[in-house]
Design a protein. Sequence first.
Length: 245
Amino acid sequence: MDKLLSGTGRWTRKQVKELIRTGRVTVDGVPAARPEQPCSPAARVQVDVPLGPVYIMLHKPAGLLSATEDARQETVLELLPEYLRRAGLFPVGRLDKDTEGLLLLTNDGALAHRLLSPRAHVDKVYFVRADGPLSREDALAFAAGLTLEDGTVCKSAVLEPLETSGEALITIREGKYHQIKRMLAQRGRRVEYLKRLSMGPLDLDPALVPGQWRFLTPQEQKLLEYLLTATQTAVGGPSKKFSVL
């Protein structure tokens, strides 16, 4: 199978393996099982390469930039096969270089603009591990909104301390520079580990390890569209519970 498809000149063998791994190749209507799968010359082989808007869920690892390109450092797009890097994809919002977790990649500029608009009020939930205990007083300060040392005003957010000291779920609806790190610094705490678990209706797929990705399902795409047309409620309720490992 990999020899057949790479022989077309459109993909390398490495790219063919990625296409098969993500279920984009079928043989007589059945998904190809492995790159070395034998293939009859009479078989009907199809490669489902996305046309039009593309929506990808990535489990961003630490150490990569949330950018389309950089002259000196690796970016998240380098985790994708070449045929997708040529599709005009970009990250919807940014995660810090040392932050892990859910990152949406798309070439749908209109949807990205609507998701990032302050009027959309999209909840973003993070797991955080700080260098010391997080208290009820910290939660109340987050709920009231914080003014940082440089005068930046952060709106109401939800901090839910977990049973393990120094760990919490934090829900924000903004995307200010290093926002969670700066908010916790205002409370005298330093972030040791940060991972985004959800963005609006999208939850990080627990089957994805750092560096892995998959296409959004049609249902997930519909949930995004619904989010952007539904009336939003204020931040204040408890966050969903997640597996953080």
